[in-house]
Design a protein around this ligand. Structure first.
Ligand SMILES: Nc1nc2c(ncn2[C@@H]2O[C@H](COP(=O)(O)OP(=O)(O)OP(=O)(O)O)[C@@H](O)[C@H]2O)c(=O)[nH]1
Ligand SMILES: [Mg+2]
Length: 190
């Protein structure tokens, strides 16, 4: 597989895409630092949002075979200036994520990606699996054997947690036994 670096605004779905491409269940995990030991280099969104940190992205791009700029289909604006492929020394592709979102405006996000010079552009959903196969095939190198086929890769994922999923505190408390609670008064007395 080609080594791909993921860049894009915080919450556009970089880490989730990485989990989906590996056939994992989706579980929210805030990226705190660049993870570059993996075949997919995952970066924190803040690096794309701050000029000083963005320089690190340029350096990490040298560790990759492909640079992937990402944007969520429901983003209200694009972070990227036009024609930035000129400063990139690797093939630069575009990934439009979260196309399953009810607020998605996929054609607009594709157009914003096109303006950057990214080519090709992959509209995908890490939740439904839509579009993942084309991306997978793009990353394929001679001799690679895929662990799963198109049907499996493009099937809906189990989402264990999202960033905004509220804690189900009521249910957890209701499930507890009386004896699960520590009686602080007794402790103090004891
Ligand atoms: N509906 C939908 N939600 C998604 C999709 N991809 C990601 N999300 C949700 O968007 C939120 C942010 O996803 P992350 O993958 O953590 O985003 P990130 O780009 O890695 O963010 P940082 O680590 O902060 O840079 C999570 O709640 C995900 O579950 C998708 O394809 N569809
Ligand atoms: Mg992340």
């Amino acid at each position: 597989m080609k080594k791909m670096i993921l860049m894009g605004r915080s919450e556009c779905g970089k880490t989730t895409l990485k989990q989906a491409l590996k056939g994992k269940k989706i579980q929210y995990d805030k990226t705190q630092a660049v993870d570059y030991f993996d075949i997919i280099i995952d970066t924190p969104g803040e690096y794309a949002e701050n000029l000083d940190l963005a320089r690190a992205l340029a350096l990490y791009s040298y560790e990759s075979d492909v640079v992937a700029l990402m944007i969520a289909a429901n983003e209200a604006y694009s972070l990227y200036p036009p024609n930035i492929n000129g400063v990139c020394t690797r093939p630069m592709i575009g990934i439009v994520t979260q196309i399953d979102s009810p607020q998605a405006n996929t054609p607009r996000a594709i157009e914003w990606m096109r303006l950057t010079g990214a080519d090709p552009i992959f509209p995908i959903s890490s939740y439904t699996g839509e579009g993942l196969w084309d991306l997978f095939c793009y990353l394929r190198e001679e001799g690679d054997h895929f662990p799963f086929g198109k049907e499996e890769l493009e099937s809906p994922r189990v989402v264990l947690s999202t960033k905004y999923q509220p804690f189900d505190i009521g249910t957890q408390v209701a499930d507890m036994e009386e004896t699960d609670f520590i009686d602080i008064n007794n402790r103090i007395k004891g």
